[in-house]
Design a protein around this ligand. Structure first.
Ligand code: RUB
Length: 309
């Protein structure tokens, strides 16, 4: 049987588990399993956890939520490595459970705060598939807001279909458009708000999300449409305070062209892009609504521990 760490690594890499929050939670649950596995003593278990963490972090490079979750759990493990095995395990499992619960509460809090920003008759455009955005929109609907949603398909993997299905199953009037119709539809349908999720947010307020997000943000600015990012603080990059940048994932050309090639043509498949902070109106986080300029301060306040290790 395949080792659980290898299995979750493969699930994340192949996108059976996807979306920045879900991959962070999947990695956390996997480390929890490793924490309960056989070991002779604390140093041996710590070694196992570090090996597992390294493997999990290598599954996909762009969503900072993945290394943030793993690094946090390893930080707690390191801090408690003086404890004898059973006590070490107990402390660690408790911390992982608390960490996972915090992520779920963050999601809920963002939905609550975000719903208050939505007005009756708002026409919302979203791109890709973000659990955070889905939750926010569903909460607004449940709170009685009469809204409609336009989803972009999000080629090449069509995550927009997941969003459209989810929102429409919830009873929300939902339309689907091809990605290249975004500008025209934003103008003709008179979209009120664009709401997207995030994979990584830098201290500068620049934000990484699914490929195509940045051009939608530029269109939103041109048309004077609010551009809102809904994101848990787990997607903030503490290392960006020191100038570090994540690797931008480039996926297989076969996702774009079934055969993987067009004779004589190089097929490129970048999976993410960076939206400049200038095009972002607000971030909705579990700590409240903040402008891009406030990301720096939030990072210093909440992720000080990251910079100590
Ligand atoms: C998913 C994507 C999502 C963010 C936020 O990309 O870009 O917008 O991850 O999602 P992929 P969530 O499909 O390549 O993983 O709010 O669920 O964390």
């Amino acid at each position: 049987m395949k080792d659980i760490v290898d299995k979750i690594h493969d699930d994340i890499k192949s996108m059976r588990v996807r979306g920045a929050l879900d991959i962070a939670i999947a990695a956390s649950k996997t480390l929890k399993k490793v924490a309960t596995s056989d070991a002779k003593n604390t140093p041996q278990l710590l070694q196992k956890l570090k090996r597992a963490g390294k493997k999990l972090k290598s599954a996909r490079p762009t969503a900072i939520s993945l290394p943030n979750a793993v690094n946090y759990i390893l930080y707690i493990a390191d801090k408690n490595c003086h404890l004898e095995l059973n006590e070490f395990r107990r402390k660690l499992l408790e911390s992982i459970d608390r960490f996972i619960d915090e992520q779920k509460s963050a999601l809920d809090r963002i939905a609550e705060i975000g719903s208050n920003l939505i007005e009756d008759n708002d026409l919302i455009l979203t791109h890709c598939n973000s659990d955070t955005v889905d939750m926010l929109i569903k909460r607004a609907w449940d709170d009685g807001k009469e809204i409609e949603v336009v989803c972009t398909e999000t080629r090449p993997r069509y995550q927009g279909h997941l969003t459209a299905k989810e929102l429409s199953n919830h009873g929300i009037p939902t339309s689907l458009i091809v990605d290249s119709a975004a500008h025209l539809m934003m103008k003709e349908l008179k979209i009120d708000k664009v709401i997207v999720g995030a994979d990584t947010i830098y201290a500068s307020g620049d934000m990484i999300n699914k490929i195509g997000t940045s051009q939608i943000a530029i269109c939103a600015r041109e048309l004077d449409i609010d551009f809102i990012v809904a994101s848990e603080s787990i997607k903030f990059s503490p290392q960006s305070l020191l100038g570090s940048r994540v690797e931008m994932e480039e996926r297989d050309p076969s996702e774009v062209i079934k055969s993987g090639k067009l004779p004589g043509v190089r097929v490129l498949n970048p999976a993410f892009d960076i939206t400049n902070a200038d095009y972002i109106d607000i971030f909705v986080t579990e700590f409240g609504v903040i402008p891009p300029e406030a990301v720096y301060h939030l990072l210093r306040e909440k992720f000080g521990w990251e910079l100590e290790i």
